[in-house]
Design a protein around this ligand. Structure first.
Ligand code: 3EB
Length: 347
């Protein structure tokens, strides 16, 4: 008999999390605070990512709480704070670009900060015995800005790809699910979930693999899979990466946020179909079985995006809408999702 109930996700206003007892935190793996909110109520030893993506039409800040459903152990290595269960590790790390030495050999500050963060993460994962990165959430300011002669998202991609190589990780094929968004302010912030046993990488037949994007999107490709499926979890857990209005490698429907939202859902449906094929024994997740985070570039588009969202998945799924800059300046919306784990919408 096992007392482990498995992974769960809750989106809760920080005002209600603040009321929770010490005991409530016992099996929490980690938390991300979305939007602007003071974080002093999070107990020491709980990994915390503060993500300056303003919450749209909701409480000022929302806690994204990941719970193990069983005993957890806390630790730290360098700048990484983590908690782990028997099978998975949640970690969070911030690095202030302003604390980095400026311009070295033409390598941008952001590229070096990204590489430093991922190097620390991989060193921890190797030491702790959770070598397989499952899901990575990346946030940093001014993602679409050009600085030191190139786009900042490209600099991030260069640092990430470099660190994957240096850390002995593949940069194609077996890569994690991820997202990379522009925050309003603050340090480079990464939070992540890693596993003892490698998950399956799932791709989308409608899209070129991101790690094979042509050079027009930057000299070093992004290192992520369209989704990642952990068959080692019971039931299996699926993370769908940030998904946008891209078919092949091109942005579709520039300037039309509703068409971009609908196209993103077509991409998510295609990824879910691939995930079902990869797990014939699994229950098979449907778009209505997932929890969502929706990134909207322009707050004024919220009403249109939310209406389109409801048309696709109804209003019974857990979801948060936040403002963030998407990594291509013609993308107006990006949608990420996860399922298989338990979920509660605490709002
Ligand atoms: C795309 O499909 C849109 O760089 O980690 C989505 C998910 C996107 C993850 C990343 C970027 C990333 O290319 C952008």
């Amino acid at each position: 008999m096992s007392l482990v109930r498995g992974l769960s996700l809750a989106y809760m206003p920080t005002s209600s999390v603040r009321q929770c007892s010490q005991q409530w935190w016992d099996d929490v793996l980690g938390v991300a605070i979305l939007g602007d909110g003071e974080a002093g109520f999070v107990p020491n030893g709980v990994p915390l990512a503060r993500v300056a993506t303003p919450v749209l039409a909701g409480p000022q800040a929302i806690c994204e709480v990941w719970r193990a459903g069983g005993p957890v152990r806390a630790g730290a290595r360098g700048r990484v704070r983590y908690r782990c269960s028997e099978t998975m590790l949640f970690g969070a790390i911030e690095l202030d670009e302003r604390a980095m030495p400026a311009g070295m050999e033409g390598v941008s500050v952001l590229q070096r900060a990204t590489a430093a963060v991922y190097r620390e993460v991989f060193a921890l994962l190797d030491e702790a015995g959770y070598p397989a990165l499952f899901r990575a959430w990346n946030y940093f300011p001014a993602i679409n800005a050009v600085a030191d002669g190139s786009e900042r998202y490209w600099q991030f991609n260069a640092g990430r790809q470099e660190a994957f190589g240096a850390g002995g990780r593949s940069t194609t094929g077996r890569v994690p699910a991820a997202c990379a968004l522009g925050s309003a302010h603050g340090p480079f912030t990464l939070y992540f979930i890693a596993l003892r046993e490698a998950p399956l990488a799932i791709e989308n037949p409608r899209q070129v693999c991101a790690y094979h994007y042509p050079e027009q999107y930057g000299p070093r490709s992004p290192t992520f899979a369209r989704a990642s499926l952990a068959l080692s979890q019971t039931p299996p857990v699926l993370f769908v990466s940030g998904t946008a209005s891209i078919v092949g490698h091109k942005t579709l429907h520039p300037g039309d946020v509703v068409a971009q939202t609908a196209e993103s859902f077509r991409n998510i449906a295609a990824v879910l179909a691939e995930a079902r094929r990869a797990d014939p024994a699994g229950s098979g997740l449907d778009s209505r079985d997932l929890a969502y985070k929706v990134y909207v570039r322009y707050p004024g588009d919220l009403g249109a995006v939310r209406a389109c969202f409801r048309e696709h998945v109804g209003d019974a799924v857990p979801v948060v809408f936040v403002q963030a800059d998407v990594c291509r300046d013609d993308l107006l919306v990006e949608i990420e999702a996860s399922g298989g784990h338990a979920m509660e919408d605490g709002r």
